[in-house]
Design a protein around this ligand. Sequence first.
Ligand code: AMP
Length: 358
Amino acid sequence: MMGLAGIPLGLEFTFLDPSPDACAGAVGSLIQADFSDTDAFRRLAGSVDVATFDFENVPESSARAVQEIKPVYPSPQALGACQDRLHEKNLLSSLEIAVPAYHPVSSRTDLLEGLDKFAYPVVLKTRRLGYDGKGQAIIRDQEDLERAWQKLGDHDLIVEEYVPFEQECSLIGVRGIDGETRFWLLTRNLHVDGILTLSLAGGFDDALQAAAEDIMRRLLDHFSYVGVLTLEFFVLEGQLLVNEIAPRVHNSGHWTIDGAQTSQFENHLRAITGMPLGGTSALCEALMFNWIGELPERDRLLAIPGVHWHDYGKAARPGRKIGHATLTAGTLFELAANARLVAAVAGGKFPVLLNSIF
Ligand code: AMP
C-alpha cells in the first residue's frame, strides 16, 4: 500500500521481506532476507535514498545498520522504544500519559504480586514480539493462571489490569522533517479475538479528538519523530488510556486511502522524503472491513455502492489479514445501510459487530 501510494509521487521502491513472494514485489524490487540479516539491510541501504519500515518487529539493530549508511525514518530509537511493552509503558508514564496499571513479570512470584495489586481479571502479555492478540492471555481465575503461565512463562512479560473499556479507538498522526504535524480523525476499532476487524472513521467529540492529539504531540516531540505514528487507546469513563504505540502506518488507518484528502501511506512518504504534507480531512463517512483468513465474494461486494476493494495478494491462512474493503458514503445513514449489505455478504462476525455500532 505504501508502494502504491508512492508511485504517483514519482518514487521508486526496494523492499526487504523474508518471503520470496511478498506482495510488495508487485510495486518495486524485492530483497528476500531475514529481518535480522544486517548484511542484507546494508545492501538495501546502498540502493535507496531513505529507508522506512511498516512492521515494528524489525530489529532495532537492523534499522541502525541502515542508519549508518542512509537516513531511516522514524528513527531506530523510536522503533526500539515501541518494541518492548514495559519500556513503552514506562516512557508513556514518564510523559504523564495515562496507561492501564501494569507490573513487570519475570517470575511466577512477580505475577502473583501483580495479581495482588489488580485482582482478577488481568491480561498477561509478552514484552516483545506480540501483535494481533498474539503472545497474550486474559486470566480470570487460578485455572487460567496455570494455563497462561504454561504458555507464556518462558518470556519476559508484563501483567496489566483488565480495562472494562467503553470503546477502543486509535489516532494516526504524521510529523514532517520540518516539525509540521497533522492528524486524521480518531477512528473507532472493533476487535475479534484480539484482531482488528472493523474501523469506523470519526464519531468522537472534539474534546476527545483534542485530548488524543495532545497526547500524540508529546510523543512526536519527544522523539523528534518523522513519519506516521499511531496510538491505540481504550476509552474508559470518557477518558483515554494508551494501550499501544505503533511507530508506523496502521491497519486502522487504511480507510484514509479512500476516505481522506491524503492517505496515511502518502503522508508517511511525503514526511520521510521532505515533501509538504497533504491535508488529512475526511472526505466522506468511511468504514473499513478487514478480511481475515479468507476473502469474501468480491463481485457481490463490488455491486454495493461505495465499496473499495483491497486484495493484498497474500495466501489465505487462518487469522491472517489478507485484504480489506473500505465502504464510503455521503451520510452516516447511507453508510449504515450499505454496511449491512456488506456484512450480509461477508458473514462471520460482521452482522453482530455492526449492530453494536449502528
Ligand atoms: P494489544 O496486542 O495489546 O493491542 O491487544 C489486543 C487487544 O486485546 C486490544 O485491542 C484489546 O481489545 C484487548 N486488550 C489488550 N489489553 C487489554 C487490557 N489491559 N484490558 C482489556 N482488553 C485488553
